[in-house]
Design a protein around this ligand. Structure first.
Ligand code: CU
Length: 131
């Protein structure tokens, strides 16, 4: 049942320029059911492809791998956050503009398909002061 799944605070960053063709989307997925669920598929119209990715570091080198499914534990949460799991938008059709939003459709193994509105926040700006 879709009512067992709640998407909290879905967000991404605005594109710094039109040359940027990819973006990562973050959110918290809460499962209120007594059984685990899994995110299987994400669809949207803002990009050519939408994948679920995991970011890992191997010998200090950042890698991103597509995952077939992302488990959401029973009575638990799955965190999609910078440095970990994220939804990857590949081939953005238009730059993402701060303050706007767009829809994504998420399909879960048990809860079925639900739609969420992703908030576009300020672009990533490199820290000027590094120690
Ligand atoms: Cu990615």
């Amino acid at each position: 049942m879709a009512e067992n799944i709640t998407i909290e605070e879905p967000w991404t960053r605005a594109s710094l320029s039109s040359a940027v063709k990819n973006a990562a989307v973050y959110m918290v997925i809460a499962n209120d059911a007594e059984t685990p669920d899994a995110l299987l598929k994400v669809e949207g119209t803002v990009a050519d492809r939408t994948e679920v990715h995991e970011m890992t570091f191997v010998d200090d080198i950042m890698r991103m791998n597509e995952v077939e499914s992302l488990e959401v534990p029973a009575k638990g949460t799955a965190f999609l956050e910078p440095g970990g799991y994220h939804i990857m938008l590949l081939g953005l059709k238009e730059p993402l503009k701060q303050g706007e939003s767009f829809d994504l459709k998420l399909t879960f193994e048990k809860a079925g398909t639900l739609s969420t509105s992703v908030e576009i926040r300020e672009p990533f700006v490199k820290e000027k002061h590094q120690h």
